[in-house]
Design a binder for this molecule. Structure first.
Ligand code: PMP
Length: 399
């Protein structure tokens, strides 16, 4: 036995896929043509699997701001925020985020993953409890592990199950952090946030919402599900990422709790990693401003999302429960998912192939991510590609 024996099952799964000529993990975008198109295997391909919700990755203002920051401040900070890595841009971005969310303060992290790690590992500790929705993202699970708190899962979007678990905690509910997402990354469904806020108030717990997929997507001002549901007051901590609607990389938390600032001194994922580079901070600040001032991007995103959802629904595919920029197509088994995924790629459409254990219910799915940057013709082409492959797959509902 060697230390590598534990990778045996991964190697076997990869061999099976390789025999079928499929390597979904190593699809190379050989040339990026636009926010929604790339050359893949030599073929122009529509990108329908990235989270470029507002299509801002090629925005000229964002690019100009990033270039200027590169010229003025260099390629990287080469340090953590606590040591030598706080630049004026970080402080300005934190102020702009706090203003955007109308919150007391904000903290910027190096990625969205690190934001969850950094917040959860320091918010809850030994003897305290994190109550999380079972479908939460891996970064939330990893943050929970790092915290040393007791981790309790409740059934996905099941408010009764959440209440049962809060009730069982008794007095400990007051030292409990409930964690949910705005839009869930796999099926594109939303948390029943108003009910969750009511429960957190009743039991005196804290609530953290990961709005990674809902920033710029939901709410009149694009502040996410908490804004759309009218319950921002009831959410203690909102975390999110710059890697989706804002087209860059990085993460954040905003809150009205004055103690948020103390997290900087307690959070190892904040302290022990380099801070975001100046160009990333500059393009993020510009994208935030564009997101704030151009609500038509959000409208276009939703037009595209609804159009594609309706088209796939009309074709008889089994989809996630509600239209959203994440459109999950559930399939009967792995062979069906692989056949549809590679068929779509041959038709010039790239979507995400998601197989267990990454899927919520152990099923197989293809995940489409819609963008405001998709033209009506591209949405039509994506629909056509699915239509032409409809005959070769049985959706999960028929399995
Ligand atoms: N939270 C959720 C819900 C996510 O889906 C993701 C990424 N897919 C993250 C956090 C991590 O964000 P990032 O990629 O910016 O690290």
């Amino acid at each position: 036995m060697t230390i590598f024996h534990k990778f045996g099952h991964i190697a076997a799964a990869r061999r099976t896929l390789a025999e079928k000529g499929i390597d979904s993990i190593h699809v190379v975008m050989e040339e990026i043509i636009s926010p929604t198109a790339a050359r893949v295997n030599g073929t122009p391909t529509i990108l329908a699997g990235s989270n470029n919700y507002l299509g801002l990755t090629f925005n000229p203002e964002c690019i100009a701001a990033a270039c200027k920051a590169l010229q003025d401040e260099g390629t990287g900070t080469t340090g953590s925020r606590i040591a030598n890595g706080t630049f004026a841009g970080h402080v300005a971005l934190e102020k702009e985020l706090a203003d955007f969310f109308e919150r007391r303060s904000a903290i910027v992290f190096s990625t969205g993953y690190v934001a969850n790690l950094g917040m959860l590992s320091s918010l809850a500790g030994s003897g305290e409890v994190i109550l999380l929705d079972a479908d939460c993202h891996a970064s939330i699970y990893d943050g929970c592990r790092l915290s040393g708190a007791e981790i309790i899962r409740f059934r996905h979007n099941d408010v009764l199950d959440l209440e049962k678990r809060l009730r069982r905690l008794g007095k400990r509910a007051g030292c409990t952090v409930i964690v949910v997402e705005g839009i869930y990354s796999m099926l594109g469904d939303r948390a029943p946030l108003a009910d969750i806020v009511a429960l957190k108030r009743e039991y005196g717990a804290y609530l953290m919402v990961d709005e990674a997929h809902s920033l710029g997507v939901l709410g009149e001002r694009g502040r996410g599900l908490a804004e759309e549901a009218g319950v921002e007051d009831g959410v203690d901590f909102i975390v999110g990422t710059f890697s989706k609607s804002l087209g860059a990389i990085g993460g954040y938390c905003v809150s009205d709790h004055p103690e948020l600032d103390l997290i900087r001194y307690a959070s190892r994922p904040y302290i022990f990693t380099a801070s975001p580079s100046p160009s990333v901070v500059a393009s993020t600040r510009t994208a935030l401003e564009i997101m704030r001032t151009r609500p038509e991007l959000r409208r276009r995103l939703w037009e595209n999302a609804r159009r594609l959802y309706q088209r796939l629904h009309a074709l008889g595919f089994s989809l996630g429960p509600e239209p959203s920029p994440i459109i999950a197509v559930r399939l009967a088994d792995q062979d069906q998912a692989l056949a549809l995924w590679s068929g779509l790629l041959e038709h010039g459409v790239y979507v995400n192939l998601v197989l267990p254990p990454a899927t919520p219910d152990g099923g197989c799915l293809l995940r489409c991510s819609v963008s405001a940057g998709h033209s009506p013709q591209q949405v039509e082409q994506i629909g056509e590609a699915f239509a032409s492959l409809r005959g070769v797959v049985r959706p999960a509902q028929e399995a």
